[in-house]
Ligand binder design. Structure first.
Ligand code: ASP
Length: 415
């Protein structure tokens, strides 16, 4: 790249700002305007090619990085500690996110002035998939173990993660005997990361295109109706992302938030634009290793797991949305019911795959757990694409902070 060009990081930032601006301008044009149609078509094309490329690399990358990550951790007798610290971190940050949501929703009571009858039309057309908590568990566990080839082909990330964990452990248990296989995986991982580097060069164009489509597609009048709720979700999610997570990072590693944002910016903006932690994973891995210097074995373990399980933004959203719906139907949720919301939102966010709007789908479970109408998610669907941006960015931020925290707490830099 010629030295006069801004760095990729800066290019992505410029693309994001430009995308919002152009999207806003294009969104203001009449629906049948040919310029609007042309720009939206082009942005859809470029955006889907970019996301398609990330998806293309995702499954081989998740598989290989976990196998190599686990194998390397085992070599250094750290795997047990990494597991424990990672899970403790996930539970802690998810809990903090939901406490924030519940406290804010209790104070500001979003939706209190509105009535659910106002949304009767939207709800009538919508049929929610009923999924109770036991059914959800059954579904969740049954899907963990799958034919690995089917899981790889269908992109079932959690099943791929589980198989890769098994294989990583088996490789180490076999020790010297499988050394050459491990070496092949290591080289394959290098190769995939090189390909990620190439895809990253397209990121500014992809992000520009995705944001144009996103911003131009928003329905302003609908947003105004639910402004209170939208602002509440944005504000609490941002509070978590700007204060809580950087606070934890600083407390554990002594690293400043600015240092973190500079290193993680490419991944955070990509998460914002794609609304998918899974699609962002190749970039998160790269940012963690290259910019933030997390050991490959730790990043390769924590990030893929986090992208499927650790979703602070989603948990926060699901908890806030449950209280919003309760206000719409005029029900005051007791403390015990809010605890039920807390636990089901934790499970629901953990079970949500890192794809756009998946948090909406698993939220049905949270609503049903406290007897709220699952159909109410029809009200939230039209604004979900917008809310998904920030919550996915915070989901990814939580994962990257997690990799830094685990890296620090499970010492031995020589690994
Ligand atoms: N889009 C989110 C993610 O990929 C999940 C969600 O819908 O909350 O992280």
């Amino acid at each position: 790249m010629p030295s006069s060009m801004p760095s990729l990081n800066v290019q992505i930032l410029i693309a994001a700002c430009l995308g919002v601006l152009v999207g806003w301008l294009v969104g203001g044009l009449p629906a049948d305007d040919s310029l609007r149609e042309g720009v939206l078509y082009a942005s859809q094309l470029v955006g889907s090619v970019f996301v398609g490329m990330l998806r293309m690399i995702l499954i081989p990358l998740v598989f290989t990085s976990i196998v190599v990550g686990v194998a390397n951790l085992q070599t250094h007798h750290q795997v047990g500690r990494v597991w424990k610290v990672t899970l403790a971190y996930f539970v802690l940050t998810l809990s903090l996110a939901m406490v924030l949501a519940l406290v804010a929703a209790n104070i500001f009571k979003p939706g209190a002035g509105l009535s659910i009858s106002f949304f009767a039309d939207a709800m009538a057309e919508f049929e929610a998939r009923q999924l109770s908590v036991p059914e959800f568990f059954l579904h969740f566990f049954a899907n963990l173990f799958q034919n690995p080839f089917a899981a790889l082909a269908n992109g079932s990330i959690l099943a791929v993660v589980v198989f890769a964990l098994f294989m990583g452990i088996a490789l180490v248990a076999g020790g010297e005997r499988y050394r050459s296989i491990l070496q092949v995986f290591q080289e394959f991982l290098e190769l995939l990361l090189q390909m990620v580097g190439w895809i990253m060069r397209l990121a500014p164009f992809g992000i520009l295109a995705l944001l144009i489509g996103l911003v131009a597609g928003q329905d302003a009048s609908l947003l105004m109706t639910m402004l209170g709720f939208v602002v509440l979700v944005f504000a609490t999610t941002l509070l978590h992302g700007v204060v809580v997570l950087p606070g934890i990072l600083y407390a554990v590693t002594g690293k400043s938030p600015l240092w973190f944002w500079r290193g993680a910016r490419e991944a955070l903006i990509t998460a914002f634009a794609t609304s998918s932690s899974a699609a962002t994973l190749p970039i998160s891995l790269r940012c963690a290793e290259h910019n933030l210097k997390v050991r490959r074995s730790v990043a390769g373990f924590v990030l893929p797991l986090g992208a499927t399980m650790n979703m602070d933004g989603t948990a926060l959203y699901e908890a806030a949305a449950a209280l919003f719906v309760a206000n719409l139907v005029g029900i005051e949720l007791s403390f015990a019911q809010q605890m039920v919301v807390f636990f089901t939102a934790m499970i629901a966010s953990t079970g949500a795959p890192g794809i756009p709007s998946s948090g909406m789908v698993t939220m049905v479970m949270v609503l049903q757990a406290v007897g709220l109408p699952a159909e109410a998610i029809a009200i939230l669907l039209p604004i979900d694409r917008l809310l998904d941006t920030v919550r996915t960015a915070v989901n990814v931020e939580g994962d990257i902070v997690g990799s830094l925290v685990v890296d620090k707490l499970v010492g031995d830099k020589s690994a």
